[in-house]
Write a protein of this length. Structure first.
Length: 358
């Protein structure tokens, strides 16, 4: 199989100023010496400080909802590989305002596919053979599991939130462009990511920052919703392996094999903070149950057997190790948290109660 890796490889990463995308960009720059074109609309959750200055890093401020700008950006990047991570991704925000999720995740993916298809069809044969379009998606497209079973590459789609429905639609578009037009695509669906540099509206940073500020720590509903936690660097290991070695048309599910209830995650964070910070009472005393998310999926869990067997991937971090590194990072980077929160206007307020309760 030919590979996109070459001395002059050009990689277009969409959403490269986001949490996972930034980690992908850092890895491409440090390990491959590729020219990375970072296409990002630079919205409230975007931040480039994790990447820093690099001669091979080129930022393209483009909203994929703008078809003309997207075509121009793809032409400028002239990529050998596209890694499509750009997406509105917070379920709570999709409940409050679903329109932007359709514009970004559905229409944006359509515009990107059209631009990339035109680019791919015009490439000389050698570059065309090694070209790949890697679409990064989520396990949430599969819906909600009961107490048993796992998501896999053959699980039927059953999205339950505006966010997951928009991602499911984008997955189907990517699959259709492969089957109809022959575009050489790879698709991966991952479980819940966590780690340094994650925007402070997601569960783990919310809990850390609420606890550090002495505020009540919100726990949705009964706290028994289960997620499969995946350290972001382990996820990027899998993404790079897939981009390097997966055959066109391949689909892999990527999970950390760390099933925990939200309550267990929150309590684990409190325990780590108790160990690191001296105070008279445990941080767990601040845990407060709040109204549950609308349509809150009960359990996600991934069977990652296929990517383990075919590509040799396995996570390098236990949840305990990854969470400890994450907690330490946030303790030592409170200035970054305050800065991105101030730029976005997010001050830890509750989201996802629906438009009538905002």
């Amino acid at each position: 199989m030919t590979s996109w890796v070459a001395a002059d490889a050009r990689v277009l990463v969409t959403g490269g100023a986001g949490f996972i995308g930034g980690c992908v960009v850092r890895r491409l720059l440090s390990e491959f010496g590729a020219r990375v074109f970072n296409l990002d609309k630079l919205n409230y959750a975007s931040d480039l400080s994790s990447i820093g200055e690099h001669a091979n890093h080129h930022v393209l401020r483009v909203d994929l909802a703008d078809a003309e700008a997207t075509h121009a950006a793809v032409k400028q990047a002239d990529p050998d590989l596209v890694m499509h991570l750009a997406a509105e991704s917070h379920v709570d925000r999709s409940i409050d305002g679903p329109e932007v999720f359709l514009a970004s995740n559905v229409c944006g993916t359509f515009h990107l596919l059209q631009a990339v298809r035109a680019h791919w069809e015009e490439l000389p044969e050698a570059r065309r053979d090694r070209f790949r379009f890697h679409h990064i998606s989520t396990d949430e497209v599969f819906g909600s599991l009961g107490s048993e079973g796992y998501f896999s590459e053959t699980t039927p789609y059953d999205p339950r939130s505006p966010y997951s429905a928009s991602k499911a639609a984008s997955d189907h578009l990517v699959s259709a462009w492969h089957h109809t037009y022959g575009l050489p695509v790879i698709m991966t669906n991952c479980s819940n990511n966590y780690g340094p540099w994650q925007y402070p509206e997601k569960l783990i940073p919310v809990v850390i920052l609420k606890a550090l500020s002495g505020e009540q720590i919100p726990l949705y509903g009964d706290g028994q919703n289960v997620r499969d936690w995946l350290y972001v660097e382990d996820h990027v290991d899998a993404l790079i392996l897939a981009a390097l070695h997966a055959e066109p048309g391949s689909n892999y599910c990527i999970g950390g094999n760390n099933e925990l209830t939200n309550k267990q995650v929150v309590e684990a964070i409190c325990n780590l903070l108790d160990q690191r910070l001296s105070q008279h009472t445990s941080h767990a005393c601040m845990i407060t149950k709040v109204e549950d998310r609308m349509g809150h999926d009960r359990r996600y869990a991934i069977d990652a057997t296929l990517i383990r067997n075919e590509l040799g991937w396995a996570p390098r971090h236990t949840f305990e190790h990854g969470l400890a590194k994450t907690v330490d990072w946030y303790i030592n980077n409170l200035d970054w948290c305050k800065r991105v929160a101030a730029l976005s206007g997010f001050q830890g307020q509750r989201l996802g109660l629906g438009p009538d309760k905002r």
